[in-house]
Design a protein around this ligand. Structure first.
Ligand SMILES: Cc1cc2nc3c(=O)[nH]c(=O)nc-3n(C[C@H](O)[C@H](O)[C@H](O)COP(=O)(O)OP(=O)(O)OC[C@H]3O[C@@H](n4cnc5c(N)ncnc54)[C@H](O)[C@@H]3O)c2cc1C
Ligand code: FES
Length: 288
């Protein structure tokens, strides 16, 4: 059920120069939210900006009735959101969209994240941990200071591998290429793993006994998801990816968020990211 509610800010944390985590008391949404779903957030306290902004549900504490969002200040809306302090009200519409499906058994899964894509994936990882499902988690970012949550995710019991574009921590290169190395190589990719000590629980065991996963989940920039789709196809493993498109209404009415999808070789259709997604089976997304 989608709800329109005023939520009270319980905490605003600045976790990096332009990244924030906002916690909101909203028991109705906390009870309903599923990993991969998002909220339409009124960022200011007036009708300017007029459109709500889509932000993923990052974490949920159902007992306390608290929902958290993790966001990067990208423009006017998110800049206004960053000004909220404890006690302020924020209008939310949600939970919206179709989220990730949970695996049918307890086999190991993999989770690949690029940049702020970690925001919804953290909620998924918390739910997987609750169901005693372990994940190998691949966190990518441009630089070390934009790489979040590695310790928290390790604390949930998952294995974490990191990659940065500039090599400032973890693997030097794209997170998808680190993922390919771990999936396919039997030799440990030692030369690239500088800086990961303390994050990896037992890095090389995973290479030996887990070069295939029951499921691959991903969220991040378009280029990363496109590459991940190729990997999912090549590996023949089920995969789900969460897409980001510019949104208007967030509820299926304006068609501003459509992407191309296909469920058979002959047919291509347009799907609304806000309602048919944002999570899609990776093989159904048609990249142009
Ligand atoms: C389903 C969904 C979930 C999202 N979850 C998160 C999240 O958890 N954390 C987070 O930080 N961001 C998330 N986003 C992106 C977020 O919605 C945009 O960053 C935000 O709307 C920007 O609003 P603004 O007013 O601050 O910036 P604007 O002034 O509107 O835009 C600033 C810049 O951001 C770009 N931008 C705006 N909207 C999007 C978008 N939807 N996708 C890609 N680029 C965009 C614009 O092209 C522009 O370059 C999500 C988007 C979608 C569709
Ligand atoms: S944002 Fe309006 S239809 Fe998706």
């Amino acid at each position: 059920m989608t709800l329109l509610v005023d939520a009270k800010v319980t905490k605003q944390e600045r976790i990096a120069p332009s990244h924030y985590r906002l916690s909101l008391l909203v028991p109705e949404i906390a009870a309903e939210a599923r990993p991969g779903q998002f909220l339409q957030v009124r960022c200011g306290s007036t009708l300017d900006p007029f459109l709500r902004r889509p932000i993923s549900i990052h974490a949920v504490d159902r007992k306390k009735g608290v929902v958290a969002i993790l966001y990067r200040v990208a423009g006017r809306g998110t800049a206004l959101l960053a000004e909220k302090i404890r006690g302020n009200q924020v209008s939310l519409l949600g939970p919206l969209g179709k989220g990730f499906s949970m695996p049918e058994n307890q086999a190991r899964v993999s989770v690949v994240s690029g940049g702020i894509g970690v925001a919804p994936l953290y909620f998924l990882l918390a739910e997987l941990a609750e169901s005693s499902i372990s994940a190998d988690v691949f966190l990518g970012a441009a630089t070390a200071d934009q790489l979040f949550l590695a310790k928290e995710i390790t604390g949930l019991g998952h294995r974490v591998y990191t990659a940065t574009d500039d090599g400032s921590t973890g693997y030097h290169g794209l997170v998808t290429e680190l993922f390919v190395e771990i999936m396919t190589h039997t030799d440990p990719p030692k030369p690239h793993l500088k800086g990961q000590e303390g994050l990896l629980n037992d890095p090389f065991e995973s290479i030996i006994d887990n070069n295939r996963y029951a499921m691959i989940y991903g969220c991040g920039p378009g280029g990363m998801l496109r590459r991940l789709t190729e990997i999912v196809r090549a590996a023949g493993i089920p995969g789900e990816i969460s897409l980001e498109e510019r949104m208007g209404c967030g509820v299926g009415a304006c068609l501003s968020c459509v992407c191309k999808t296909s469920t058979s070789e002959e047919s291509i259709q347009y799907s609304r990211v806000c309602t048919e997604g944002p999570v899609f089976p990776a093989v159904e997304v048609v990249w142009s």
